[in-house]
Structures are given as C-alpha cells and as structure tokens.
Design a binder for this molecule. Structure first.
Ligand SMILES: Nc1nc2c(ncn2[C@@H]2O[C@H](COP(=O)(O)OP(=O)(O)O)[C@@H](O)[C@H]2O)c(=O)[nH]1
Ligand SMILES: [Mg+2]
Length: 218
C-alpha cells in the first residue's frame, strides 16, 4: 500500500518560517540564528557581541531543558526569552513565533539573537525565519569540523572561529579549517574571536551593524 505524505515536517516548518520573517520585517528587526556544538561559546559570544554593539538587542535562548543560559543573559540586563524543546535537538519556526509574541515590543528596531540548541547537525535543516545563520566553531573542537559537518558550514553566512585565545595550547591547523569552510561556502565570512577577551569583536560587530543598517536602508 502506498502512503501519500501530503506535507512533510520541513514544508510545514517553512510555512511558519515565512510568517516569522514577515513579523520580523514588520518590527523593523533582524534575526540571527546562532548554531554550534554544546560549549562552543554561543552564549558567551552573544553577550560579548551585544556589549560591543550600539544597537538594541534581544535574545531567544533555546535549550533542551533549563533556564541556565537565559539567566546568564539576563544578568547583563538584556531582554531574553528561554524556550525549551523538551528533548528536541533543534529549534523550529513555531517555537520562534511564540517567543516573538512573548518579547512583544522589545523586539522592535532590534537585533534578535537566537541561540539554537547545541548541535551541529539538526539545526542546519530548520529555518526559523532568520535573516541568516551564524555557525560557531571553537579552537578546542578541532580543525576538521567543516569536513565532518558540512551542511551547517555551507548554509551559514558567517563562520565564527571562537576561543582564538586558546590557539597556543591546541594543535589547530587554521589553513585547513579555512580551506574547509571556503570550499563549502566561497562567499562566506569568517571572523576569529575570543568571546572572553573580546579579540575580533570590533571587526565582527562593525560588519553586523552594517547588515542591520542595510536591511532597512537606515
Ligand atoms: N578561553 C575561552 N573560553 C571561552 C570562550 N568563549 C566561551 N568560553 C568558555 O567556554 C565555555 C562554554 O561557553 P558557553 O558560552 O556556555 O558555550 P555554549 O554552550 O555554546 O553556549 C564556558 O566555560 C566559557 O567561559 C573564548 O573565547 N575563550
Ligand atoms: Mg549556551
């Protein structure tokens, strides 16, 4: 017996992602989907980025469970909503739609940073209505990540190489890493940062601000 699948999961997700995109445009906001392994430094990167930016910013924290990260973000006085997937390995557009309602007017004229669930595989397949994806890879994870998890490095507009301050302690071949990223994504941007010390943050936030200004011809 042939079973017809009328709408697959991704199709349904993409439909809601379009709705989220419209909502974000209405709010004159920009949304960034931040993806990386657990411990790559996503939360630290978001907090440091906002400290360097002079643009209103809000955060949607995604995790399987707990509010550990949203508490960290809130300590800096940044508006934040925590969403828990209850076991799911990625965020979807439906969750973001609800989180945006919760953020209401604080997500207007702002950059919305979304910390996805720590994972280099599943979040690559699910658009959440973002303007673009940022993948964070960190020095201690090793230089082979673009070769082993190509989908996310191919889709992300920006690759962040975090924990650059640990370079002297780790056998990390930067040329090999760059070659892997740029072969998959020749137009991609790569920023080297330390989310703890602030190295590279000026270059990254200057570029980010430019994207924000360009979106609405500000
Ligand atoms: N040395 C160093 N440690 C970092 C850097 N960024 C994050 N960390 C540390 O890495 C650990 C995980 O960071 P976190 O931001 O929670 O990662 P997440 O799980 O991806 O959100 C924490 O102990 C951070 O202090 C960095 O640039 N340099
Ligand atoms: Mg985190």
């Amino acid at each position: 017996m042939e079973i017809k699948v009328i709408k697959d999961v991704l199709e349904a997700n993409n439909y809601i992602a379009c709705k989220v995109k419209e909502e974000i445009a209405k709010r004159q906001a920009m949304m960034i989907n931040i993806i990386g392994s657990p411990g790559a430094g996503k939360t630290s990167f978001i907090v440091k980025t906002i400290q360097y930016l002079d643009i209103k910013s809000v955060v949607i924290e995604g995790d399987v469970t707990s509010d550990i990260d949203s508490r960290k973000v809130a300590e800096f006085g940044i508006p934040v909503v925590q969403v828990n997937t209850g076991g799911g390995c990625h965020l979807n557009a439906n969750i973001i739609d609800l989180a945006l309602q919760e953020l209401s007017s604080s997500a207007e004229n702002a950059i919305i940073f979304v910390e996805n669930v720590g994972n280099l595989i599943c979040p690559a397949s699910f658009d959440i209505g973002e303007d673009f994806k940022v993948v964070i890879s960190s020095i201690p994870e090793g230089h082979d990540k673009p070769y082993k998890y190509p989908a996310i490095f191919e889709k992300a507009k920006v690759t962040v190489l975090n924990k650059i301050d640990l370079m002297k302690y780790v056998d990390f071949n930067k040329d090999y890493f760059y070659e892997g990223v740029l072969t998959l994504n020749p137009k991609g941007h790569i920023f080297e940062v330390s989310s703890i010390l602030g190295d590279g943050m000026k270059e990254w936030t200057r570029w980010l601000k430019l994207q924000f200004m360009k979106k609405f011809n500000r």
